[in-house]
Design a protein around this ligand. Sequence first.
Ligand SMILES: Cc1ncc(COP(=O)(O)O)c(C=O)c1O
Length: 468
Amino acid sequence: MLAGEIESQIANGVLLEGEKIPSVRQTSQHHNLSITTVLRAYVLLESRGIIESRPQSGYFVRPRVARPVPAPAPPPLMLSSEVDVSRLVLKTLRSIRTDGAVPLGSPYADPSRYPWKRLSQYANGIARRHQEWSVMNDLPPGHPQLIRQIARRHLENGLAVDPGEIIITVGATEAINLCLQAVARPGDTIAVESPTYYAMLHAIERLGMRAVEVATDPKEGMDLEALASLIAGQEIAACMVMPNFQNPLGFQMSDERKRALVELLAGHDIPVIENDVYHELYYGDSHPTSLKSFDTKGLVLHCASFSKSLTAAYRIGWCLPGRYTADVEKLKFLNTLGTSSLPQMAIAEYLQNDGYDGHLRKMRKAFAQQARIMAAAVLRFFPAGTRVSEPMGGYVLWVELPGRVDAMTLYARALEEGITVGPGNMFSARGSFNHFIRLNYSYPWSAAIEAAVKRLGRMVAELAQEAS
Ligand SMILES: Cc1ncc(COP(=O)(O)O)c(C=O)c1O
């Protein structure tokens, strides 16, 4: 089976002639197989002339075999509350952008964490080499060099994907919107986590659909029993989830629960949109799995981007829409014609030539440490009764305010003093979570940040007193 998987990665061009394949040790870790099993597969491939071993260097791909024809995609499925949160979110995000404000409310990480200079060097080099560029080169699915790098990265992370399924988008935001549009129609009901990342709600709002919020445990993720009884009682056109380092809760669903979720939905032929933008920012020892790896029916539409791991400013994301690939590719074309190639190529060159893994290791280590510092500071400076999440990746902390202190009032008062927070109201279509806030801890801990957290704690105490 492993041999077959590697063979198809070579056949579909993820691994090229002469290229090194993942080491025996890496493959054994990612696939949870013994070294002997992996070695046996490699020796089998070698005996078939597909790969070759080079002393002291590992295994390499020998001349390529033909590309298999992808299976035809079946047509999309035709198959609660109205959503209107975008105005509040846009207003809040604009205020958070205010120069000089303490950026605890920002959805994006500290930009100085990212290799902006290196990316710019690649972009400048590409611009110099190509004296002109036709937009015809930007048509979907995207730049082949980047598609190959993304497929390689998925493979390194233990997910063998068909590069023919990858569609490059303008950030994960566009990927989520296109995928939702491909699987559901206006008026349909979409199941989401509660709380959920507001751009999921925006997609539902934009497409005139309805959201139904399913109880979500801060450590385990969506309540699968609640989801099952929801599906039994009403028509659900699709489900949208973030199984890894959910924004705002920060949990990572266990593999058992990921598998159970995929099987539950597959049993009813319900597609699931998986938002995996934080995949690379795990604090544990190894990469999390994606829902996609449990998908046997092409019903998982996997969405991701480089916004959290490399740069948000290039606006490069992608999706793997499973059986909806042809539909999403068409929608991508109709939506924006294509995604600009220059940033795609710069990212592809960075991934190919630079220290992506080293950069990620540094970022993960810093975020894991800062998560602990921020949580400890909130518990120290906020009044008794305050509760905080335990993020397993990413860079945001979810804070429950005591005494049902109103998050919008806190947000407004804090803003007057140059401190931003993410009010919990943004994460629900029903106005739930209005006594929660989300805090960004990606910025290096400093006296200014500590003072801001302390000040917020005092404001919460004052508001709690006013409310009592
Ligand atoms: C969960 C989640 N999904 C998607 C995005 C946006 O991704 P992108 O910048 O790639 O559109 C964010 C950014 O805050 C996010 O937190």
